[in-house]
Design a protein around this ligand. Structure first.
Ligand SMILES: [Zn+2]
Length: 154
């Protein structure tokens, strides 16, 4: 999925989370979710986040490959427990943002391997990245976000 789809979905799940989980530090929560909704693609040097951190991205791509370990469920779980030592809400935001990325990638044809490298099971869906259909999904998510923000403040 394109970086803007990950951001739109990250915003959507963060808005729903602050609503249903009773998050206190709302702005920081949303920002952390948004950051981690794009973070896993740091394993791809030509991704939006990869371009910003070229050396680190190339190194991670060399070690793990794209949609390898950084697209498995271990990372958000490990990050959750580490950040939870400092702040529970931020740990939750990290986990939700990261998993939102994995969820969207799992809907694509390329899919993800959630338990890689322990188990070589792939989860994938029918979507192709950067197609007209992805833009429709993006548009629907934007409409939902505007609705939620509108509802939140009015
Ligand atoms: Zn990805």
């Amino acid at each position: 999925m394109m970086h803007y789809s990950h951001l739109a979905f990250g915003l959507l799940v963060s808005l729903l989370s602050i609503e249903f989980l009773g998050i206190k530090n709302k702005v920081l929560f949303v920002l952390i979710v948004l950051f981690f909704s794009r973070f896993p693609d740091i394993d791809l040097p030509h991704s939006k986040i990869g371009k910003k951190h070229k050396i680190l991205s190339s190194l991670l791509n060399f070690i793990f490959g794209h949609r390898g370990f950084l697209h498995a469920l271990y990372v958000p779980i490990i990050l959750f427990f580490i950040i939870d030592l400092i702040n529970y809400e931020f740990a939750l935001a990290t986990f939700i943002g990261y998993v939102s990325h994995l969820f969207l990638d799992a809907l694509t044809k390329a899919g993800i391997k959630p338990l890689y490298p322990l188990l070589d099971i792939k989860i994938n869906g029918p979507l192709k990245t950067n197609t007209f259909f992805e833009k429709i999904i993006f548009f629907v998510m934007i409409v939902c976000n505007v609705f939620l923000i509108w509802n939140y403040f009015i």
